[in-house]
Design a protein around this ligand. Structure first.
Ligand code: HPA
Length: 262
């Protein structure tokens, strides 16, 4: 583990342009990443250690198949008691360090019938259920209100087709948590057009777009959303299923990392 100045120096030396945020249980998606330097969230002013299992709270700089990459192992959540400023500060840090593309990954509950545990969804828009104005903030994937790059989503879809798979592309509903939703809330989200539900990503994506970063986000479907599956929701199930899809996530991350920047 390095000090913040030594880490900043390592970042300057490698000059990564892509950052990846690994969500719950997705650490093994980065098996191909070779670390040069690491920094604990807790060592950075304005950040804190994550309190959630499956989130390591470490920043690393290194190489992924020969390409320099900045990697966030885990993230901070609003439900852990952090302000939105703290939750989104890794994004501003990445921007300050010269990052121009960010890949956000998360674990999510599947609402659309096709989104069963082990599936992946590329985000083409989100519904922000995170603030009092939530009902008015429906981002359908059009115009400036959508932070996600259609070009990168298409790139992922083409890549998946070459592997004989289809990549589901849909709408992510971001809720505050910390408890999972009620079945009635999931019915309401389904009527509003949500394909998957989770407790992160939307604010980070918006902050990244505001900073001028190219943004792409992937949800790993770890469970059927409340009331839609047979099992009771549990964080352990989320972690185990995220781990199951991490090889496919790793392949998609590699494809994104190799894509030339705008
Ligand atoms: N709801 C909210 N967040 C989640 C879920 C869910 O069902 N699964 C993983 N993260």
């Amino acid at each position: 583990m390095t000090s913040p100045p030594a880490f900043a120096q390592a970042v300057a030396a490698l000059a990564p342009r892509t950052a990846v945020v690994l969500g719950s249980g997705l650490t093994s998606a980065a098996a191909a990443f070779v670390e040069h330097a690491t920094l604990n969230f807790a060592a950075v002013a304005g950040l804190a250690s994550p309190t959630v299992a499956g989130h390591r709270g470490r920043i690393a700089v290194g190489e992924w198949a020969g390409i320099p990459v900045l990697l966030f192992h885990g993230r901070l959540h609003y439900y852990e008691g952090h302000s939105w400023t703290v939750v989104t500060s890794p994004i501003r840090l990445a921007h300050k360090w010269g990052i121009t593309r960010i890949v956000l990954t998360n674990a999510a509950g599947g609402i659309h019938p096709a989104l069963t545990p082990g599936e992946l969804m590329a985000l083409r828009g989100h519904i922000q259920w995170l603030s009092p104005t939530a009902w008015r903030e429906l981002a359908t994937g059009q115009g400036l209100s959508c932070p996600y790059s259609p070009r990168l989503v298409q790139l992922l879809q083409s890549h998946e087709r070459t592997q004989g798979r289809e990549l589901f592309c849909g709408i992510y509903a971001a809720v505050t948590g910390p408890s999972y939703e009620t079945p009635a809330e999931i019915q309401a989200l389904a009527v509003c057009g949500a394909d998957a539900v989770g407790m992160s990503t939307a604010r980070e994506a918006e902050e990244a777009a505001r900073c001028g970063l190219e943004v792409v986000a992937l949800s790993c479907i770890t469970n059927r959303a409340a009331g839609l599956g047979e099992t009771t929701l549990a964080h352990a199930e989320v972690l185990a299923n995220a781990h199951r899809v991490s090889t496919r996530v790793g392949e998609l991350l590699r494809r994104l990392i190799h894509e030339p920047h705008r």
